[in-house]
Design a protein around this ligand. Structure first.
Ligand code: CDP
Ligand code: MG
Length: 139
C-alpha cells in the first residue's frame, strides 16, 4: 500500500448531465484529495494522445469525437492506492457489467458514454497527469 496519484476525469456526458458535483463528492467522501483540477475542452490532438493505446480500434473515432464534444473536468487525485481504488469506484468500462454502487453502475447505461475516466496503472497515471497538467499546477 502506498499513497499514489491518479488521473481522473469527468467526461463530457458527466459534465453535460450535471454529475460533476456528485463525482467529486464521491471521491472526497472516499478520503481522496484533489491535487489539481480544471474545466477544459480537450483538443483533437490531446484526445489522440490521451487515448493513443486505442488508435486503430473500431471505436477510436467515436471516442475522440465524444471526448472533444464538450468540456471535461480533469483532476489529479491522491490517496492510498488511488489508482486501483478509483478504478473500483468507477466500475467496469461497460456500465452493463458495472456493479451497483460504482459510478458507472449507478450513473451510466452505455459503454460509449460512461461518465468517468481513471488511469489503469502507475505508468499510465504518470503519463496522463503529465499530458494534462504542468507540475506547477499541482498544489
Ligand atoms: O475507460 P476504461 O479504461 O475503463 O476503458 P478503455 O478500454 O481504456 O476504453 C476507453 C474508453 O473508450 C471507454 O471508457 C469508453 O468510453 C470507450 N470505449 C467505447 O466507446 N467502446 C468500446 N467498445 C470500448 C471502449
Ligand atoms: Mg483505459
Amino acid at each position: 500500500m502506498a499513497v499514489e496519484q491518479t488521473f481522473a476525469m469527468v467526461k463530457p456526458d458527466g459534465v453535460r448531465r450535471g454529475l460533476t458535483g456528485t463525482i467529486i463528492a464521491r471521491l472526497e467522501a472516499k478520503g481522496f484529495t484533489i491535487k489539481a483540477m480544471k474545466l477544459m475542452r480537450i483538443s483533437r490532438e490531446l484526445a489522440e494522445r490521451h487515448y493513443g493505446e486505442h488508435q486503430g480500434k473500431p471505436f477510436f473515432e467515436g471516442l475522440v469525437s465524444f471526448i472533444t464534444s464538450g468540456p471535461v473536468v480533469a483532476m489529479v487525485v491522491e490517496g492510498e492506492n488511488a489508482i486501483l481504488e478509483w478504478r473500483k469506484m468507477m466500475g467496469a468500462t461497460n456500465p452493463k457489467d458495472a456493479a451497483p454502487g460504482t459510478i458507472r453502475g449507478d450513473l451510466a447505461t452505455t459503454i460509449d458514454e460512461n461518465v468517468v475516466h481513471g488511469s489503469d496503472a502507475p505508468a499510465t497515471a504518470e503519463r496522463e497527469i503529465g499530458i494534462f497538467f504542468d507540475p506547477g499546477e499541482l498544489v
